[in-house]
Design a protein around this ligand. Structure first.
Ligand SMILES: [Zn+2]
Length: 471
């Protein structure tokens, strides 16, 4: 597997920090919950979802953390304007984030740490103290604590920036005259009247953490000093990720991240999305036009993550057509399996399906090539079906292949039968029984699942559930 590492600007062979463990630690910058995320944010989340799912298809166990930024200038301003406590103000946008992510079938991260959690605030304060002790940070006259970038020679390496070219970064507050260098960023922001009751005590007086230190503290608490993959949008590279490196490595002296992966921008009708241009869309905006979450997922998924994606309504219609072709193809294959005697495909038939889809994803997540292969396969099998040349064993093999690649794509139609909770539970119990080699219990559970109308098959990828009689 190869990925383009922003740090080296090269395609690199992927090897996790502890290859033998088969686990991958992954940190992805999540939403700042001051308003509903737009579809450009979700493009990045979908890219990260694709990455996680592909790693899992390749048998890695992914430990993924996505942070929620629930304290910063924008959230504080929003709460003040709405005249509600900060936590109440951000809660609605946290909920909206999960609602939209579910609509787009984005797999949940293992953890969603929130910056205001006392546990992480303490860690941030510890880290800032450590950075001061090492001469990497200082408290300025405005009482805020800043990172001293001149003391960290690697600062600018990720973004390939020349320090002398640094301009104000926007995320830092206006009172920058207190800083030693214009690029020094705030680790701890001293309380001021505009912050209202949003403040925590610290050795440097009351205040709140800067945005960057939140991610360093949360990733280190949950994933350790060194992580395999860190993702975000290209606009996170500077200053946010650059600052994360400086803070984390400043404290540990160890390399913080092995692979930095960044997703390109989303444009709307060829322009940057902006509320003032009237081309600013959220997930509900797109659904309100009659599209489904699945269609939007496909539209945001289908372009390689390092290529800017131009979102258009015409593109949404193309997505609908593409999905229609997949649905029709699956319908035809299932029909053949139903008509035949549903024999298991011989290894011969199975191996005739080339692994091109997965190989394309191994190549820096080349989804365009992977989908190209899917549609080429659809064309070929459709032709064979037109000529009545596809037997039920081959159709089953193609459906098995689809089920495998669909663990990455997650593009089954919305009408797909939902597995009842009880069946899922029994399946999980059966998994446990099988791990314990308790075959008697495993068979009993199979019968109980069957009595509920579901067939469970044991494949090399684990148990597969299908409604009985469907295929
Ligand atoms: Zn972050």
């Amino acid at each position: 597997m190869r990925f383009f590492n922003t740090f080296s600007r090269n395609i690199e062979e992927f090897e996790p920090r502890v290859p033998a463990a088969g686990t991958v630690s992954m940190y992805t910058c999540g939403p700042t919950v001051y308003s509903r995320a737009h579809i450009g944010n979700f493009r990045a989340y979908i890219f990260e979802d694709l990455l996680q799912r592909h790693l899992e298809l390749r048998r890695y166990k992914v430990h993924r953390v996505t942070n929620i930024t629930d304290v910063d200038d924008k959230t504080i301003r929003g709460a003040r304007e709405a005249k509600v406590p900060l936590a109440k103000f951000t809660e609605q946008f946290k909920e909206a984030f999960f609602e939209d992510a579910d609509k787009l079938r984005i797999k949940r991260a293992d953890e969603f740490p929130a910056a205001t959690d006392r546990r992480y605030i303490d860690r941030m304060i510890d880290m800032i103290g450590e950075l001061i002790a090492r001469g990497l940070a200082y408290q300025a006259d405005d009482k805020s604590v800043y990172f001293r970038i001149k003391k960290f020679p690697d600062y600018g390496r990720l973004a390939h920036f020349d320090l002398t070219q640094l301009q104000s970064t926007g995320r830092v507050k206006h009172d920058e005259y207190d800083k030693e260098h214009i690029g020094d960023f705030a680790l701890w922001k001293a309380w001021d009247a505009e912050d209202g009751d949003v403040k925590w005590d610290s050795p440097w007086g009351p205040g709140r953490p800067g945005w960057h230190i939140e991610c360093s503290a949360m990733s280190m608490t949950l994933l350790g000093d060194q992580i395999d993959i860190h993702c975000g949008g290209v606009d996170n590279i500077f200053p946010h990720h650059e600052a994360e490196i400086a803070q984390s490595e400043g404290v540990t002296g160890k390399k913080f991240v092995r692979y930095w992966l960044h997703c390109a921008h989303l444009l709307v009708d060829g322009q940057k999305m902006a509320k003032s241009l009237g081309n600013f869309y959220t997930v509900p905006d797109v659904l309100a036009k009659g599209y489904t979450g699945r269609e939007l997922r496909y539209a945001l998924l289908r372009v390689h993550y390092r290529v800017p994606l131009n979102f258009t309504w015409e593109g949404m219609n193309e997505s609908r057509e593409s999905l229609g072709r997949i649905d029709e193809w699956l319908g035809r294959l299932r029909e053949i399996v139903k008509r035949g005697n549903a024999q298991r495909p011989t290894p011969n038939v199975q191996s005739s399906i080339q692994p091109d889809f997965e190989s394309a994803l191994d190549d820096d997540l080349n989804i365009s090539a992977a989908l190209g292969f899917l549609f080429e396969s659809i064309r070929e099998t459709n032709r064979a079906m037109d000529e009545n040349k596809l037997d039920s064993a081959s159709a089953t093999a193609w459906l098995d292949w689809w089920n495998r690649i669909n663990t990455v794509l997650d593009l089954e139609p919305e009408t797909q039968v939902v597995v009842p909770q009880e069946v899922t539970q029994l399946t999980e119990e059966r998994e446990k029984a099988r791990c314990e080699k308790n075959w008697k219990r495993s068979d009993e559970l199979r019968d109980r699942i069957s009595a509920l109308g579901w067939e469970v098959r044991d494949t090399k990828d684990g148990q597969k559930l299908t409604p009985r009689g469907a295929s």
